[in-house]
Write a protein that binds this ligand. Structure first.
Ligand code: DHB
Length: 308
């Protein structure tokens, strides 16, 4: 079975990789990903300076999902500038996830990271967990201005990580901005921001930051993720490749993301829960599903969703 993927001219040994955020902050975590069966190494979203992030508890799994408000704990961009050349030795694409607290910070980090040539750069416009900083991708003008500025300093393939949208007018608007800004790929979706989970035993919220509000991930978000992959795939018609993220636990979940139009997938919650052996399991399961459909490659499934 051929599970390779090609995105922005970069070949991925498999179409299955970790999502930014999950177990990908430290050199040890990133090397463990490099040593696994994952198809790429995706870093935690980096900021200019190192951060400890929000107070704990800040990630909790519950049946069929997770809630987190990590608060961008990361080593600071210089540590990733130093690390990326080593990560490239694992012979799979390295995707550097870039965040920031101001447009200047994004541009400065993107410039420094571009110089060490990650295979791709993923600009995170959708972190929901920093108090006082709204998700940039919900402000269409700000997102367009920022992507325009970053595009000017980035020579590597550059994509963006988006939050879920819930209205076709918003998909139309964002799709046209992304084409205008010459984005090379998108990753959809980030966690569904600012959900609330309540513990029935204690009558309390389950995470400490922001009064318990946090980003939702895991199985419960799959229909929203699939809808966003499909909505952008219909608009791009293959011009901009899509990495599907959200609610993947099984090979069937990956297959559904491919049908909706994803060329590759990223996995967050299930990777946090299961660890690096998950990638080999998902490869097996996806292979079984594709074989049962009479397909010889994951690429053949991309965008083949049937409508009624
Ligand atoms: C964090 C969460 C996100 O969903 C994201 O995109 C970036 C950072 C966090 O809380 O660390």
């Amino acid at each position: 079975m051929n599970l390779t993927a090609s995105i922005a001219g970069i070949t991925f040994p498999t179409c299955i990789m970790n999502a930014a955020g999950a177990r990908c902050v430290t050199a040890e975590e990133l090397e463990a990903i490099g040593n696994s069966r994952t198809g790429a190494i995706v870093t935690k979203s980096m900021t200019r300076d190192a951060r400890d992030g929000n107070p704990s508890p800040r990630y909790v799994a519950f049946p069929h999902g997770s809630i987190n408000s990590m608060g961008l704990p990361n080593l600071g961009h210089q540590a990733y500038v130093d690390l990326i050349p080593r990560l490239k030795e694992f012979n799979k694409p390295v995707i550097a996830s870039v965040a920031g607290f101001s447009p200047d910070e994004f541009v400065d980090i993107a410039t420094a990271i571009d110089a060490v040539k990650p295979d791709l750069m993923e600009i995170n416009l959708s972190c929901p967990n920093i108090e006082g900083h709204p998700q940039i991708a919900y402000d269409f003008d700000a997102a367009e201005q920022l992507l325009t500025r970053i595009r000017k300093v980035v020579n590597r393939p550059m994509g963006t990580k988006l939050p879920p949208y819930f209205d076709p007018v918003h998909h139309d608007h964002m799709a046209s901005i992304l084409e205008q800004c010459r984005v090379d790929f998108i990753s959809v979706i980030n966690s569904i921001g600012n959900g609330l989970v309540i513990d029935p035993e204690t009558d309390a919220v389950v995470i400490k930051p922001k009064g318990g509000f946090g980003g939702l991930g895991g199985a419960i978000i799959k229909p929203v993720a699939l809808a966003n992959v499909r909505a952008f795939a219909l608009r791009f018609q293959g011009r901009i490749p899509i990495i599907g993220v959200g609610g993947i636990e099984t090979g069937q979940d990956i297959y559904e993301h491919l049908l909706a139009g994803a060329s590759a997938v990223q996995i967050g919650t299930a990777f946090v829960e299961e660890g690096t052996q998950m990638f080999a399991r998902l490869e097996q399961e996806l292979t079984t599903v594709l074989e049962s459909k009479g397909l010889q490659s994951s690429t053949e499934a991309v965008g083949r969703l049937k409508e009624l």
